[in-house]
Design a protein around this ligand. Structure first.
Ligand code: F6R
Length: 608
């Protein structure tokens, strides 16, 4: 996720900006840059790669100004490069902008601005902000930023400076975090508290739609209607470690709570006002997608579970036969692929060795390859014919959480898009799905607000030896993922199984007190899973279930139940997986495990 820092005060800006950016390194980034105003000039320096590259380049940079902005970039639009890194400037080189978020309508804005003569240098969505602000600038930076933002759809936290007003910094936010720090020697804005923690602990959190104008001797906050906002600051007592985790105990918990945002950002700009899914930038034409006669999904671990959900969505909605395989098997079996086949390779890191090798084989056989990844510029993006990026932001906890829900979201968009190409879905139904996708972040927040339920369950269930996770239909991959999360972070043996298969063997494992997590969602196989739960109960297993709100039947069959909000059955997989992440997390914590770095595991498996 991009990191922003801005400073205006009485001290040199560059060391403060660089210090702030170093504190944001934990968020992950691919390039960095600074802009300062000194001697009536706007000076910019940017480098691809880590901050050491930027720092080395600073030895030749005249850096005497006391006002500036800095940025670490995590690429979303445009590959990691010096040209795409921030700050971005307008045509005249007077205005510099740093941005975190996604400008959804950047393409339209860019075309309009180009028609008016603006020349663009980068591939980013951010650059249009610099040009847009330039087009409104008439001597008042705050007014120009306010007007420009009226044209913008999407999410943003921005900081802007202007050569003609060398003592002013303007910042604004919508759906991306931004804080204000009040230090003895000046004022800061930043996307995150760690950026300012070495200089101040006095913080004001900006709210959605607010703008702030900073001068070295004070600031004013206004809302979109230009009302002055008075807000008391808070004094935080966090150390740097707590600040990096945003006050959460671990990165994993922080990332679980970031899932509403991960879904929102992944949807951003991909559903139009008519409720039609638009995947214009994936690199595969609509015509080539229409020709696909069979799909193979390949992935590993958690990404494989996203693929299992995608298979159901694609077959049900787009009516395309879809096979799924883990990459480590696919690469060594004698697959028979043709030019009309499409391989969907799912990998959050974009670097998993087995998935890359499988993609290689698929391409050799002439199949089209579409990658689903969270990392712009990763190896898979160079190997694939097309890419759908998830926009979950960097994931630091080893166990995948927010990248999974972003993958499922992207794959559901793909399934609807494929269905639209083939007219295999009623328009009304695909609009309904679009509406339901839009409602997911709020439903996820409802689930997360009940996290204490799982903390309590963990107290009861943390010291068992075995767990069974059962599901059918869409509940099956969810059960598999629940079991994987539990075993990888708590080291409890957990078996994820299609519930209908129980009687063919695993039912022998059930005895008094063995916890059985049943994913019992409303849908075509709901009655079937109730039957399987009955079988487990008859053998004195302890049943914990994830069910749909309003289900009046389930309570009689289960020892514990958590209800998720109602939703389309396929989309419910996103909602049902979150309680299982929380259950695994709290059980692992109760057992004293290091959830962010479980033993024997690596975040990215780049060897076979
Ligand atoms: C589980 C987990 C792993 C990864 C797997 C694939 O929490 O993180 O199972 O899902 O190693 O990684 P990517 O998606 O990077 O290919």
């Amino acid at each position: 996720m991009c990191g922003i820092v801005g400073y205006v005060g009485t001290k040199q800006a560059v060391p403060r900006l660089l210090g702030g950016l170093k504190r944001l390194e934990y968020r992950g980034y691919d390039s960095a840059g600074l802009a300062i105003i000194a001697d009536s000039e706007l000076k910019i320096i940017r480098r691809q790669g880590n901050l050491a590259n930027l720092e080395a380049a600073l030895s030749d940079f005249d850096a005497t100004g006391t006002l500036g902005i800095g940025h670490t970039r995590w690429a979303t639009h445009g590959h990691p490069s010096e040209t795409n890194s921030h700050p971005h400037i307008d045509c005249q080189g007077n205005i510099a902008v740093v941005h975190n978020g996604i400008i959804e309508n950047f393409h339209t804005l860019r075309v309009e601005l180009m028609q008016k003569g603006h020349k663009f240098r980068s591939e980013t969505d951010t650059e249009c902000l610099a040009h847009l602000i330039e087009s409104y600038y008439q001597g008042d930076l705050l007014a120009a930023v306010k007007e420009a933002l009226r044209q913008v759809q999407g999410t943003y936290a921005i900081a802007v400076i202007c050569r003609q007003q060398p003592d002013i910094l303007v910042a604004a936010r919508k759906d991306s975090p931004l804080i204000l720090g009040v230090a003895p020697d000046g004022l800061f804005v930043a996307s995150d508290i760690p950026a300012v923690i070495d200089y101040t602990k006095e913080i004001t959190i900006l709210e959605n739609g607010e703008l702030v104008e900073l001068k070295s001797d004070g600031y004013r906050i206004i809302d979109a209607q230009e009302n002055m906002i008075k807000r008391a600051g808070i004094v935080i007592d966090w150390d740097i470690e707590a600040a990096e985790k945003g006050g959460y105990e671990d990165f994993m918990l922080k990332e679980i709570f970031e899932q509403p945002t991960a879904v929102k950002e992944t949807l951003s700009g991909r559903i139009n006002r008519e409720g039609i899914v638009e995947l214009n930038d994936i690199g595969l034409s609509d015509e080539s997608l229409r020709q696909v006669d069979k799909i193979y999904i390949i992935a590993c671990g958690t990404s494989l579970h996203a693929g299992m959900i995608a298979k159901q969505a694609i077959e049900r909605w787009a009516r395309i036969a879809t096979e799924i395989d883990c990459s480590s098997e696919f690469r060594y079996r004698d697959t028979v692929l043709s030019e009309r086949n499409m391989v969907i390779a799912i990998t959050q890191s974009g670097e998993t060795a087995d998935t890359l090798a499988s993609v290689h084989i698929a391409r050799e056989q002439g199949a089209k390859v579409l990658a689903i990844t969270n990392v712009v510029g990763s190896s898979i993006t160079r190997e694939a014919d097309g890419v759908i990026y998830t926009h979950a932001g960097p994931e630091i906890g080893v166990a995948a959480t927010k990248t999974l829900v972003a993958q499922i979201t992207a794959l559901i968009l793909l399934a609807v898009h494929l269905a639209q190409q083939r007219n295999s879905l009623e328009q009304e139904f695909s609009r309904e799905i679009a509406k339901e996708l839009d409602a997911l972040p709020a439903k996820l927040r409802t689930i997360l607000s009940q996290a204490d339920t799982f903390k309590n369950w963990a107290k009861t269930y943390h010291d068992v030896y075995d767990f069974l996770y059962l599901g059918r239909g869409i509940g099956y991959p969810v059960a598999m993922e629940g079991a994987l999360k539990l075993k990888e972070i708590s080291y409890i043996h957990a078996e994820g199984y299609p519930a209908g298969e129980m009687k063919h063997g695993p039912i022998a494992l059930i005895k008094k007190g063995v916890p059985i997590v049943a994913v019992a969602l409303r849908g075509p196989v709901y009655e079937k899973i109730l039957g399987n739960m009955q079988e487990a109960k008859a053998r004195e297993g302890t049943i914990i279930s994830i069910a749909t709100e309003g289900d009046g039947q389930i309570s009689a069959l289960t020892d514990e139940v958590f209800f998720i909000p109602r939703s389309n059955e396929i989309l419910a997989s996103i909602l049902a997986v979150v309680p299982l992440q929380l259950l695994a997390y709290y059980i692992a914590k109760e057992r004293g495990c290091n959830v962010d770095q479980p033993r024997n595991l690596a975040k990215s498996v780049t060897v076979e």
